[in-house]
Structures are given as C-alpha cells and as structure tokens.
Design a protein around this ligand. Structure first.
Ligand code: CAA
Length: 389
C-alpha cells in the first residue's frame, strides 16, 4: 500500500493497515516458506488472525467480527497476501465467500450460529460451488438435494473447495430441481462434522500450498431445512452475488502478490551489478520496473473503486459486478505480470527456493483462475457492456 494522495486514509484505516502489516511481518513471514513447502494448514496463525479481527473484518461486532468497512478489508487482505498468499486465501474465503453470504442471505439464527465462530477465527468456513465436470459453467452441477420432511438429503461430489480438509462449515450449492437449470439450484450451510460429509482427496497444488484444498463428497448427508440459505432455487444468484464480493478479495490478494514481487525486483535491481553497472541502470530492467509500478497503481484504483461500490451497495442494494470483475481481471493479470518480471529480473536467483520470488510466481497464477478465470471475467464484463445481461 502506498500513501496515495487520492486516498488519504482515515485513522481507523491506517490502524488496520499497520496492524495487518505488522502481523504479517512478525507472525507470517517467518513461517511462510515452511508452510508452502509442507502444504500444512497454518491453524495457529489463522487463530491469531481471528483474535486480531482479520477473519471477519466487515462482520458486525454482534456476530463476532470487527465491524469495519470494505476498504478496511481490502487494505488488510493486501498486506497479509503481500507476505503470504496462502494466508490471504484463507482470510478471503472466510470473510467474503462464507461470512458475507450468510450475513446477506441468512436468517438471524444462521448468522448467530454460523457466522460468529467463523468471524472470530474459532472455526473455518468454506464455499463450495465447483464440481469435477462443472467449473466455469457453474449452473451445470450434478449434485442433488432431495427434501425429506424437515431435512434435505444431499448426494454428490464437489471439488476445489478451499479449506475443504479443515472446514467446520461449508456453504454448498446443490441442485434441488434439475429441470429448472440454474433456477433449480439451492444453497445450504452444512456442518462438516456430521455423518455423510466426507472429505475427499487433497489437491497437490502449484501455489497457495498452505491453503488446504480438497474435494468433498456428500453421501446421504442430512441437512435440516433451517440450514437452507435463502429460498429453494435462489442458490445460483446467491453464489454469483457472493462471488462479486469474493472477486474483490482475490483482486486485493493479487495486488499484495504483485507488490511483493515488485519490491523484491526493485531492491535487486538497485544492488545487483552486471557489465560494470547496477542492473537497474539498464533500460531492459528499469522499464520493466516502470511497467510493474504503473500496473500496480492502476490495480489499486480499480480495487478501491470496487470496494467503494460494494460499500455503497450496503444501502442502495445495487449490484457491483462490473467493478468487481474489472478489478479482479486487472489485478490478477498484474500479479502474474509482476511475478513473471520479478523472476526474470532476478535471473537464476528468481528460480531458486532461497528467495520467495519463485513462490510469488507460483501463487500469482491461481488469481487468474479461481473465483472465475480471466476468461469468465471478460465474459461478465463484455456481457454487461454490451447490454446482454
Ligand atoms: N449477482 C446476482 N445475480 C446474478 C449475477 C450476479 N453477479 N450474475 C448472474 N446473475 C443472475 C442473472 O441475472 C440470471 O438471473 P435470471 O435467471 O433471473 O435472468 C442468472 O443469475 C443466470 O445468469 P447467467 O445467464 O449470466 O448465467 P450463466 O449460466 O450464463 O453463467 C457465468 C454466468 C458468469 C459464466 C457464471 O457461471 C460464472 O461466474 N462462472 C464462474 C464460476 C466461478 O467463479 N467459480 C469459482 C468457484 S469458487 C472457487 O474458486 C473455489 C474457492 O474455494 C475459492
């Protein structure tokens, strides 16, 4: 985060920014490489992040959160992700995909029962839309829920669930009426520690390795009617509207990765010598740095724009899909651009595990894929611009 003149931060925002920066430096930086290598879920630091209020930044205090606004959320998420994108992913899913969805669409009982412990970091929340044969085309899911008295019986296989191996609660999207296509999808809040919830294979991933990801399988899982989120058939719209929020989070994560890659490259360009000069004195390097910096600042503006649009939507109820998708598209491609350039500027050292630059490169890639690929963001943006939706 730079102190942009366009956005003089309030005292409250400066406070959360500093708290996230200090926490990331003192608590996450020393363990990031080790957890990336082992792929172990960083439960201890996540609990501490809960104590700091980072796991439910926008959740009202009465439901265990910090009661702050969207700008506070994106500032903190950027700082955490700058040091370790895995922690950023876990934080983003808890805040955006889990807590936000229940706060927006849930009943009072659901907010008390499920949001409070997740926002305080005591428990882990997850979101599950994707299936092995249904990723970008999310409405084609095959998992089923059939009503049986006061319960629904869920069956099916979900994939790529962030937090799947450790989650306590999952908001899952399942077909209740396949005849109706996307209008036949319903959302449920499921307790992962009940019979019929089976944690499937853990994904061996290229990046964000400490944010455990797995399949989950429902085998006659019985979900009480009171744990249905929204009405029957409303699930797809809930999933999409929650992803609008999620995408602002991923954009902030991407910005954090881009900045980490950029700052490492800048430092290296100032120190490393070749052909009798600091390498930053060669245009081949300095122009790369200029392009990285420019994209980072542009991504930041798109993210703040999306954060403000989301903040306004709290009273106007207006959609902010365009702002979220443009921010996510640009920031994730900026992360990849910067990580790629940073490895190149570092040469062999960029390829070595002795420096975190190769981790930034591996972590950056996921931001162009999850919560809607760059192709899906282009589809969403162009459809809106052409008036096709
Ligand atoms: N907010 C509210 N409603 C929305 C919406 C939004 N952002 N986007 C669409 N809708 C509504 C539409 O208005 C439409 O409503 P009507 O039926 O009343 O007309 C309905 O949803 C269907 O919309 P579309 O016709 O546009 O749907 P589509 O089938 O063409 O799909 C899509 C649109 C954009 C491609 C969508 O499927 C999509 O976003 N795909 C990507 C899915 C994705 O991001 N997956 C990532 C999962 S999470 C993850 O990565 C794992 C993790 O744990 C982090």
């Amino acid at each position: 985060m730079s102190d942009s003149a366009l956005f003089p931060l309030s005292e409250e925002h400066k406070m959360i920014l500093d708290a996230a920066r200090d926490f990331a430096k003192n608590e996450i930086a020393p363990i990031a490489a080790e957890f990336d290598e082992s792929g172990k879920f960083p439960s201890e630091t996540i609990k501490k992040m809960g104590d700091m209020g980072f796991m439910g930044i926008e959740v009202p205090e009465e439901y265990g959160g910090a009661g702050m606004d969207t700008l506070a959320y994106v500032l903190a998420l950027e700082e955490i992700s700058k040091v370790d994108a895995s922690h950023g992913t876990i934080m983003s899913v808890n805040n955006s995909l889990f807590c936000h969805g229940i706060l927006k669409f849930g009943t009072e009982e659901q907010k008390k029962k499920f949001v409070t412990d997740v926002a305080s970091g005591e428990k882990i929340g997850a979101y599950s839309l994707t299936e092995p044969m249904s990723g970008s085309d999310a409405a084609t899911m095959r998992s089923r829920a059939v009503r049986d008295g006061d319960e629904y019986v869920l069956n099916g296989r979900k994939s790529w669930v962030t937090g799947g191996p450790v989650a306590d609660y999952v908001v899952v999207y399942v077909m209740t009426d396949p005849e109706k296509g996307h209008k036949g999808i319903t959302a449920f809040i499921v307790d992962a520690n009940k019979p019929g919830f089976v944690r499937g294979k853990k994904e061996p991933k290229l990046g964000i390795r400490a944010s455990a990801t797995s399949e989950i399988v429902f085998e006659d899982y019985r979900c009480p009617v009171e744990n249905r989120l929204g009405e029957e058939g409303q699930g797809f719209k809930i999933a999409m509207s929650v992803l609008d929020v999620g995408r602002i989070g991923i954009a902030s994560q991407a910005l954090g990765i881009a900045e980490a890659a950029y700052e490492a490259a800048l430092e290296y360009a100032r120190e490393r010598e070749a052909f009798g000069k600091k390498i930053g004195q060669f245009q081949g390097i300095s122009f790369k740095l200029a392009d990285m910096k420019t994209r980072i600042e542009a991504a930041r503006l798109l993210i703040y724009n999306a954060a403000m649009a989301k903040e306004r939507s709290k009273t106007s109820n207006e959609r902010f899909t365009l702002a979220a998708s443009t921010a996510k598209l640009f920031a994730s491609e900026t992360a990849m651009f910067c990580a790629h350039a940073s490895v190149q500027i570092h040469g062999g050292m960029g390829y070595s595990k002795e420096l975190p630059v190769e981790r930034y490169f591996r972590d950056a890639k996921i931001t162009e894929i999850y919560e809607g690929t760059s192709e899906i963001q282009r589809l969403v943006i162009s459809r809106l611009e052409l008036g096709l939706r």
